[in-house]
Design a protein around this ligand. Structure first.
Ligand code: F6P
Length: 319
């Protein structure tokens, strides 16, 4: 292994820069040549490849987004696009590739490995929706961004004695809603893994009011969606004013938390180690606090388990 490359793909996530920095500096520390690929697989196909040195990743550990930029490439989903990507990597003499991204990006990495490119995937997504790892890079920052919003919404919800329905990201995964809801003391957490009943929600809200609650926070994961409709229905049924807030892409930005920077640094380091050990088609992650690696096929086939226990704790503490 002499020359490796790194790219970021799919939705950006805070901590991706810390991961790029870790890959580049570990590679250089181990006397490898490290190339950066811009705009994910789309940039790969276009040959947007340049050499990186220690200074190329200076002053980025604290920055959200990705200095390599990112994209979702339709062309790379095709066999022709993947072959083109592998040919470009060969033309540049790149022996190993680190792909930082989520589920879709890992499918891309797997495709390249089928054409003989050694690949290792790093989980970079705010969604925390990858089954093989306890946490993905960016999730902790996104949860804290939501938490900051919830704290503010609680103030106005208390002052007006209204219900605040907050819709958060996560694609089909309810983790951002669950973790932010628990940390923010939300009254109700609605996630796709559990579903919900509008009458039960309204009853919970009314019972809370009778017990003297002035605010009421309902966190809805985007996998369920419909925050505006939920707020409308709640107001109609309970007679209590309700407002919806859809947090949107604010959750994807911002300076990464220490947890995300440390996770990114540990996983980036391990990814390069794996490539140097001659491993391929692997993804790295964290389980029970330890850095692990898993075969990409196995990781992609694993079904994510919702944390029922954490959900039950959040409900038990909510009223
Ligand atoms: O995967 C990250 C994520 O922010 C999801 O939570 C959300 O469903 C999606 O990306 C939004 O995608 P886009 O950036 O295309 O709006």
């Amino acid at each position: 292994m002499k020359k490796i490359a790194v790219l970021t793909s799919g939705g950006d996530a805070p901590g991706m820069n810390a991961a790029i920095r870790a890959v580049v500096r570990t590679g250089l520390d181990k006397k490898l040549t490290v190339m950066g690929i811009q705009r994910g697989f789309s940039g790969l196909i276009n040959g947007e490849i340049f050499e990186m040195d220690r200074r190329s990743v200076a002053d980025i550990i604290q920055r959200g987004g990705t200095v390599l930029r990112t994209a979702r490439s339709e062309e790379f989903k095709t066999e022709a696009g993947q072959k083109k990507g592998a040919a470009i990597l060969n033309a540049f003499g790149i022996d190993g590739l680190v792909v930082i991204g989520g589920d879709g990006s890992f499918h891309g990495a797997r495709a390249l490995s089928k054409y003989g490119i050694n690949t290792v995937g790093l989980p970079g997504t705010i969604d925390n929706d990858l089954a093989y790892t306890d946490y993905t890079i960016g999730f902790d920052t996104a949860v804290n961004t939501v938490l900051d919003a919830i704290n503010k919404l609680r103030d106005t919800s208390s002052s007006h004695e209204r219900v605040s329905v907050v819709e958060v990201m996560g694609r089909n995964c309810g983790d951002i809603a669950l973790y932010a809801g628990l940390a923010g003391g939300a009254e109700s957490i609605i996630v796709p893994e559990k579903g919900y009943d509008i009458n039960e929600l309204c009853r919970t809200i009314l019972e809370g009011k009778l017990r003297g609650k002035r605010h009421n926070l309902v966190i809805v994961a985007e996998g369920v969606g419909g925050a505006n409709d939920i707020a409308k229905k709640v107001e109609e049924v309970t007679g209590i004013g309700a407002r919806a807030t859809i947090l949107g892409h604010i959750q994807r930005g911002g300076s990464p938390t220490s947890n995300d920077r440390i996770l990114a640094s540990r996983l980036g380091y391990r990814a390069v180690e794996l490539l140097m050990e001659g491993k391929s088609s692997k993804v790295v992650g964290v389980k029970g606090g330890n850095v692990i690696d898993v075969d990409i096929d196995k990781a992609l086939a694993m079904e994510r388990k919702f944390d029922e226990k954490l959900y039950n704790i959040a409900i038990a503490l909510s009223y």
